[in-house]
Ligand binder design. Structure first.
Ligand SMILES: O=C(CO)COP(=O)(O)O
Length: 262
């Protein structure tokens, strides 16, 4: 089956709610509705922006979707500073990134916690974008494929094949390519994305593996997106820096849709 490309903009810890409104308005204005037939687009702002974006998307019936960058594995309780799946669901979040390398690195999230968060997202009807990726030393030692497959299988622990098929998005983000300007070559990215899909096929069956969207992330821009999505197993991108500029992000989405540029 042909998987519809998906571009998700991970804003990380950038833009307050007023800046968020301005950026979403610009994206909505510059990416005409016809493109959404060929590409799904989401923005993943900081928690503090989500309510404003919800109001804008609902009010103006925008076709782009939105989500969060993290969630608690718990539904509620004494977890100071955390935000739960039910709260994000109430805000209309469609997606949440889980296991981003910055959370694994700065918040010491391990595969077990990542798996709990994936299950919490699905429980509340939010699609997890499960991020996997190796550090440079792992790649240099030739262990990148095994490392990413291991993170994938651990992150999906306890899920039924239908849950994986209907809800999960996978993002391969080599840590050495994030925010460094060093994009993996499309051959390198395809190698890992193909292996991730192969691992999904082995564990959950070919039908599941055929449906799940596998994204690439790490220094994606309008200049390299076309080459990436032309690969058989790369279904779009998780975009950091380039998602903060409306013109660049719009161009990138249009190219993922197969063009022409708006
Ligand atoms: O981490 C990323 C997206 O989640 C990638 O960030 P950059 O696109 O800024 O390299």
């Amino acid at each position: 089956m042909a998987r519809k490309p998906f571009i998700a903009g991970n804003w990380k810890m950038n833009l307050n709610h007023l800046e968020a409104i301005a950026l979403v308005q610009k994206i909505a204005f510059s990416l005409p509705e016809k493109y959404y037939a060929k590409v799904d687009v989401a923005v993943l702002p900081p928690f503090t922006d989500i309510r404003s974006i919800q109001t804008l998307v609902d009010g103006d019936k925008l076709l782009l979707t939105y989500g969060a960058q993290d969630l608690s594995p718990h539904d509620s309780g004494a977890y100071t500073g955390d935000v739960s799946g039910p709260m994000l669901a109430k805000l209309g979040c469609s997606y949440v990134t889980v296991g981003h390398s910055e959370r694994r690195e700065y918040h010491h999230e391990d595969d077990e916690l990542v798996g709990k968060k994936v299950r919490a997202a699905i429980k509340h009807g939010i699609k997890p974008i499960l991020c996997v990726g190796e550090k440079l030393e792992v790649r240099e030692a030739g262990g990148h494929v095994a490392h990413c497959v291991e993170q994938l299988i651990a992150g999906l622990k306890g899920l039924k094949p239908e849950q994986v098929k209907d809800h999960v998005v996978v993002a391969y983000e080599p840590v050495w390519a994030i925010g460094t300007g060093k994009v993996a070559t499309s051959t390198d990215a395809e190698e890992v994305c193909k292996a991730l899909r192969g691992a999904l096929a082995d564990k959950y069956g070919a039908e599941v593996a055929d449906e799940v969207r596998v994204l690439y992330g790490g220094s994606v821009k309008s200049g390299n997106i076309a080459e990436l999505v032309a690969c058989d197993n790369i279904d779009g991108a998780l975009v950091g820096g380039a998602s903060l500029q409306a013109d660049e992000f719009t161009k990138l989405c249009a190219l993922a849709a197969g063009g022409p540029l708006p």
